[in-house]
Design a binder for this molecule. Structure first.
Ligand code: G1P
Length: 289
């Protein structure tokens, strides 16, 4: 089994980041000097993915424009001798083969993934949620792919989260297989603290085998009245067909203000142009707080 394709669901309305996301898709908000979505596309590309489908909606055409050439701008940069900027602008358009499909109706993550059926065909594929940015030594989706390929199985990326936030996530009932890899015995979408199987939360990265589509096609709405991917995967987990990979790396939820700011600070500290300056600024600032 070889994972060559990825799907990025990016059709959410961004209601947790209003008013900024009223006219700018949340995936296009700048994270230091690149839109959030570019980090996610780059993670997939680093893991060897060649073809990427972005699931969008009618308010998100800025995303397809971003991954296209922009001749007028490129000529101007060329004439002005701005080679570095020119390279950056073109790089985004050359990252991968990017395809788009609209979700058309906001009916949940499971429904968004079902829209990828024609693009995916009969192959396993990666899923990277458009809100979740990772900072890791090895691309997180690559870690999930490695385990999925080894066991010829669907897989979800998990980490342990504290009790206070476990109800915000999909949660797995894990059974140890090897270091950092579990067989998933059951799953729940946004359980209460009393119900939770464990503190292992699904954090925005998946590898799915195409048998998920037969399930999602008939999946009844679940939590929040939406078709949940977790509910579809639950059926596969009962058949012993889902792994959980406790991945190495830090995950940021850029779909909410605090997660977005944490990611901005950490990525700016890593950035060659801003890192030293921001470190000094934060140290000075900390003394006055
Ligand atoms: C989605 C999934 C959930 C997962 C979460 C974080 O929820 O449904 O299982 O744990 O993303 O990746 P959402 O944050 O869209 O409500």
């Amino acid at each position: 089994m070889k994972v060559r394709k990825a799907v990025i669901p990016a059709a959410g309305l961004g209601t947790r980041m209003l008013p900024a996301t009223k006219t700018v898709p949340k995936e296009m908000l700048p994270m230091v000097d690149k839109p959030v979505l570019q980090y996610i596309v780059e993670e997939a590309v680093e893991a060897g993915i060649e073809d990427i489908l972005i699931v969008t909606n009618r308010a998100k055409s800025a995303m397809d424009d971003y991954f296209d050439y922009y001749p007028e701008l490129e000529h101007r940069l060329e004439r002005a001798g701005k080679e570095k900027e020119l390279e950056e602008v073109k790089k985004a358009a050359d990252l991968a083969n990017i395809f788009y499909v609209r979700q058309k109706e906001t009916r949940g993550l499971g429904h968004a993934i079902y829209r990828a059926k024609r693009f995916v065909g009969d192959e396993p594929f990666a899923v990277l949620l458009g809100d979740d940015i990772m900072r890791a030594r090895n691309p997180v989706i690559g870690q999930i792919i490695a385990a999925a390929e080894k066991y010829d199985s669907s897989a979800v990326g998990v980490q342990q989260v504290p009790d206070e936030i476990v109800s915000k996530y999909g949660v797995v009932k894990p059974e140890a297989l090897e270091d950092h890899v579990f067989a998933v015995r059951d799953m729940q979408e946004k359980p209460t603290l009393a119900e939770k199987f464990s503190n292992y939360a699904i954090l925005g990265r998946y590898v799915l085998k195409p048998d998920i589509f037969d399930i999602l096609e008939h999946q009844a709405p679940g939590y929040g009245g939406e078709v949940q991917l977790t509910d579809g995967l639950r059926t596969l987990s009962a058949q012993g067909k889902v792994l959980a990979v406790d991945f190495e790396g830090r995950r940021y939820d850029t779909g909410n203000l605090k997660g977005f700011l944490e990611a901005t600070i950490d990525f700016a500290l890593d950035h060659p142009e801003t890192g030293e300056w921001l470190r000094r600024f934060l140290l000075e600032k900390a003394q006055t707080l």
